[in-house]
Design a protein around this ligand. Structure first.
Ligand code: BGP
Length: 480
């Protein structure tokens, strides 16, 4: 339908804690995600301070990429991937976050993974921290709420930048850094534990002060990582990563329009302004006053943020919703943000509203605000798949992805947006971040494993596998 640019990066995305498994193998320490129980659409995941043998923790085995990486990467290559987004599990390298020397066995694992990707000419896109950090840092510093965590992160960055200096070019400093604008981010992104056995999204014990302070620490850490990385290899390219919040005003009442604009400032521009422009936006003061937070900053922070800006913006996009001032409007679900129902859109089985045009909107919005290249590093449909005679006919997923790819094509061809790549989420089925389920599947590759950890781990190509292969082979021209 639309010819994508030469060298466009076509691939898929994953995160270590959601697919690697081997949670305590070869000296790996326990990460914050290793303390998260399973959940469902209606039951929130919980965090337990101690690992309890009677509880099932989805990250501990996940889909065992650790032992299947050769087979999995071979399948990605068969689809024609030219890029693969993965994250490095911090606790494989620094088990508690405070060691002086890295764990060689952990580094060796990623040596092997990168070697395998290189064999098939697949470009790695590495998220340095994707919703996990050493639980040791939660215990010692309460995660990112303390400034000390910045140095622990930089020690980790230095090791991986030096080790993978000639292997990795694209780095994303934090997954969905705007996650901490909401309660869910407190532990998920910030590693901040407010009570011993708590549901992940506990609004009753929320601490806005800690969240906003932690986010500032992540901004400084991200900027310092960029500065450090460019010294180690000036050809490194750094991206920030946000969950794009696509919130339309629910009516044309000026109050609703103003509210929607402020939501965009809050969820999208607050972080992008700091990481792309190198300073907090003018409306930040309004947000801090409203949230009643005071952010402690060191005198050097301003300079660091200015010098450590990113080269490109990457983002996740799954859905849109409407927003406004009237709280009685019908609510709908989302991953980080929830909003109101849009009568023109259908929803996924998990209640996320499907809106391909919202992706074109997002691409235009971010590109014309910031004028830096973009990468869509997450997109996709979480759905229940059924295996029939060893096959999975996931036409619903193909429809979803096709319609989003068409909109990306329009944004490039008609709107002039500079888009570098597309890595749909969970290219191989993996554990859901929000619910901890396996049955919420995104993959082109099915993995035989259920919510409770049963199954053979067999990998099966879905119909979407062959469809995506065709899309990549034609560089976006053939999407039917
Ligand atoms: C994003 C996260 C991913 C991923 C995705 C899908 O917010 O960055 O880690 O999980 O959402 O969400 P879920 O797994 O909850 O369906």
């Amino acid at each position: 339908m639309y010819q994508f640019p030469d060298k466009f990066l076509w691939g898929g995305a994953t995160a270590a804690n959601q697919f690697e498994g081997a949670w305590n193998v070869d000296g790996k320490g326990d990460s914050t995600s290793d303390h998260m129980t399973g959940g469902s659409y209606t039951t929130p995941r919980k965090v337990t301070k101690r690992i309890d043998d009677s509880i099932y923790y989805p990250s501990h085995i996940a889909i065992d990429f650790f032992h299947h990486y050769k087979e999995d990467i071979k399948l990605f290559a068969e689809m024609g991937f030219t890029a693969f987004r993965l994250s490095i599990n911090w606790t494989r390298i620094f088990p508690t976050g405070t060691e002086d020397t890295p764990n060689e066995k952990g580094l060796k694992f990623y040596d092997n993974v990168f070697k395998e990707l290189k064999k098939y000419k697949i470009e790695p896109i590495v998220t340095i921290s994707h919703y996990e950090m050493p639980f040791g840092l939660t215990e010692k510093y309460n995660g990112w709420s303390s400034r000390e965590t910045i140095d622990c992160y930089l020690k980790f960055c230095k090791v991986i930048f030096e080790r993978y200096r000639d292997t990795v070019k694209y780095w994303l400093t934090f997954n969905e850094i705007n996650c901490m604008m909401g309660t869910l981010g407190t532990y998920l992104s910030g590693g901040i534990l407010l009570e011993e056995y708590g549901p992940l999204n506990n609004e009753s014990i929320d601490s806005r002060q800690l969240r906003f302070q932690a986010m500032h620490h992540q901004f400084v850490a991200s900027a310092k990582a960029v500065i450090l990385g460019k010294k180690i290899n000036p050809n490194f390219l750094f991206g920030n990563m946000i969950a794009y919040c696509c919130a339309y005003p629910c009516s044309c009442h000026p109050d609703d329009v103003e509210y929607a604009q402020q939501q965009a400032q809050y969820f999208n521009y607050y972080c992008c302004d700091v990481q792309v422009r190198g300073h907090y936006p003018s409306f930040a003061k309004r947000i801090w006053n409203k949230e009643q937070v005071h952010i402690a900053m060191e005198p050097e922070d301003e300079k660091i943020l200015k010098e450590g800006t990113v080269d490109f913006i990457s983002f996740s996009y799954y859905k849109s919703f409407t927003t406004g001032v009237n709280p009685s409007t019908e609510k709908i679900m989302g991953n980080l943000f929830s909003g109101y129902k849009n009568p023109y859109l259908k929803s996924s089985e998990w209640g996320w509203q499907i809106d391909p045009k919202g992706l074109r909107y997002a691409l235009n919005d971010l590109y014309h605000q910031y004028q830096v290249p973009l990468m869509v590093v997450e997109n996709g449909l979480g759905a229940v798949d059924t295996v029939e005679d060893g096959k999975i006919h996931d036409t619903y997923r193909i429809d979803y992805l096709r319609s989003h790819i068409v909109e990306m094509g329009k944004a490039i061809a008609e709107d002039g947006v500079e888009l570098m790549g597309y890595t749909p989420w969970g290219c191989i089925d993996l554990v859901s971040a929000a619910t901890g389920e396996m049955k919420k599947r995104y993959g082109f590759i099915y993995v035989d494993r259920d919510n409770l950890g049963n199954g053979s781990m067999k990998r099966i190509r879905k119909d979407s596998f062959y469809w995506y292969q065709k899309v990549i082979r034609s560089n976006g021209l053939e999407v039917e």
